[in-house]
Design a protein around this ligand. Structure first.
Ligand SMILES: CC(C)(COP(=O)(O)OP(=O)(O)OC[C@H]1O[C@@H](n2cnc3c(N)ncnc32)[C@H](O)[C@@H]1OP(=O)(O)O)[C@@H](O)C(=O)NCCC(=O)NCCS
Length: 189
């Protein structure tokens, strides 16, 4: 994979403003993205099945979600949209959180039309490469539903290792009301 650079402001304590990969540009989410996100993936139950989102988000839900992303200080968390470098069309989203100075957590989603093309592996590989090249960061990890084969595979392809089973860990409303078992994945240095 070809990496063509990032715009990193982490040395000033912020998560990066943007990331670039061969096919994608990751930039901070904006309120103006609500329409595209709503149309592209937020109300597709196949996409939201393993997310903490409600299975069918409304346009107002998306606006409230974006507002909460924008209110979070960028040294704690940042939500990016993934857009095509050539067409600027939004393909999905990725959020990066820094609960402690030494570790990052992330989550991601891709519109159904863009699944299976290696896009999330491409994005996550770049995020992980950046994260573990920061002197202060030793760990990047996430959790996924035990049935979310695609997400587990993306993390493995980005070099994360399955390190445990977190029983009854998260509620994924698309899978029912009860908390679900999740796998914990991480890559460390
Ligand atoms: C999970 C998700 C991000 C995968 O993104 P993607 O760009 O389609 O994944 P990639 O194309 O990079 O695929 C990486 C690997 O996973 C496999 N994979 C992807 N989706 C899969 C699926 N649904 N079932 C089985 N394998 C799958 C691919 O075959 C590939 O493996 P391979 O190279 O060995 O063939 C995407 O399916 C998605 O947005 N799902 C809904 C939201 C979600 O579940 N987010 C994660 C919450 S933890």
């Amino acid at each position: 994979m070809l990496y063509v650079g990032i715009d990193s402001r982490h040395s000033r304590g912020m998560l990066p403003e943007s990331f670039r990969t061969e096919r994608l540009f990751l930039r901070p989410i904006a309120m103006a993205d609500a329409g595209q996100i709503f149309a592209a993936y937020a109300r597709n139950p196949e996409v939201t099945q393993f997310l903490i989102w409600r299975p069918q988000m409304t346009r107002r839900d998306i606006e409230a979600y974006i507002r909460s992303c924008l209110e979070t200080p960028p040294h704690r968390a940042r939500t990016y949209v993934l857009q095509g470098r050539k067409d600027s069309v939004i393909r999905g989203g990725l959020d990066l959180r820094q609960p402690d100075k030494h570790r990052l957590e992330f989550g991601y989603v891709l519109a159904r039309a863009w699944w299976g093309k290696g896009l999330m592996t491409e994005a996550l590989t770049e995020i992980v490469r950046w994260a573990l090249s920061q002197p202060s960061i030793y760990r990047i990890g996430a959790v996924c539903d035990v049935e979310n084969i695609g997400s587990a595979r993306v993390m493995e392809k980005a070099g994360l290792v399955r390190e445990g089973l977190l029983r009854r860990y998260l509620i994924h409303p698309g899978m029912g009301k009860e908390p679900r078992d999740c796998f914990s994945y991480a890559r460390v240095r």
